[in-house]
Design a protein around this ligand. Sequence first.
Ligand code: AMP
Ligand code: MG
Length: 421
Amino acid sequence: MAMLPAKQAEELILGLIQLLDANRVTEVVDLSTAVGRILAAPVTSQLDFPHWDNSAMDGYAVRFADVQHCNAQQPAELTVVEEIPAGYQPQCLIQSGQAARILTGAVMPAGADTVIMQEQTRREGDRVLILAAPTDLGMFVRHRAAFYQAGTPLLPAGIQLNAAEIAVLAAAQCTQLSVYRRPRVAILSTGNELVMPEQILQAGQIVDSNQYALAAFVAQNGGVPLPLGIVADEPEALKQAIAHAIESADMVLSTGGVSVGDYDYVEQILEQLGGEIHIRAVAVKPGKPLTVATFSQKQTDTQSSIVYFGLPGNPVSALVSAWRFVQPALKKLAGLPQSDWEPVFVKARSHQDLRSDGKRETYLWGRLYRVDGLYEFEVAGGSHSSGNLINLAQTTGLAVVPVGQTLIPAGELIQVLQINS
Ligand code: AMP
Ligand code: MG
């Protein structure tokens, strides 16, 4: 299988996620823990909004017929029979010649149909003078169900619950919500040289930073990380670990062992385990040795599939590949709408010359930011060798140098992939 162009790899991967849509499992969560979750079913409330006719102003609730011809010279004079603050249930029926003092948001009393704002009245003891006629019957009255009618759809399925949606659901007294279960993403690091960050390094050993990086990446993109630790470059151990990962998760991210070295066994194991391999390499730099496979498993009552990403071991390549190819796939699997999972490429002005060997689509990491609404890109200082993890910190964008181009001069407009995690 040849190296795939980046765009083709992206489309293929997102197509594979489409096939997994049917797998999606839902669960019920309480509103207090629902932030960031995605609704799996439309929500309907039994409450009207507003719940009852109420006043939009501080003023007086009146009968339109009593005041429709009045003016400052000939004010209408009404008897104030009740005061209605917010939260109070009116007791009186407003008759002709009567009014109720009413405050914003308070329930309209029966008999009244219009509110006169306080500024157009003068209070004299238990009487009020109305100094200007309202233009319409019903002025400053918010009618019951004007904003939302009980029983009709309130929020649709597929939306993410953030502060505004949570406000609506709370107001509508919808506190138990059906949401998509977050995808469980198993994370495996392969390599004899790897140790945990707490261990004292022996000569030649490397800290397994990928496990941490990918756990953070998964959590930031709506998944639940299942860190499965380090596996030696040993076919039997790897086979067991990969089989276990496939059984436990909706998606697997492994790093290392996908190049053409003597210890790179991942691809052959995926095949032995019955995986269908869709991608073996992508024409990008860094991140060329990306393996993508799917597994379908017959479980007790359902057919379920998972997608496997064999990422390069190199920590820069692993994260760049994850940003470029796994991020949209994971967000899509989580149930987000297309506008939220599509990779976002923006046009930015580069501060530096950007170079590539022109053979593969090249990603240069750095900071993407806005000045007066226009994007600028500052490439990270130091080496852009995939061996240099250190200057990857604080990356907010990956500048793209397309295949066939070896230099983009400073000051030119470039495409930058926005990284938000
Ligand atoms: P590999 O793809 O397995 O040949 O690994 C490529 C390079 O990345 C080697 O220098 C590895 O030591 C390094 N590497 C592999 N896995 C990890 C990991 N989990 N964390 C940090 N570095 C790694
Ligand atoms: Mg290795």
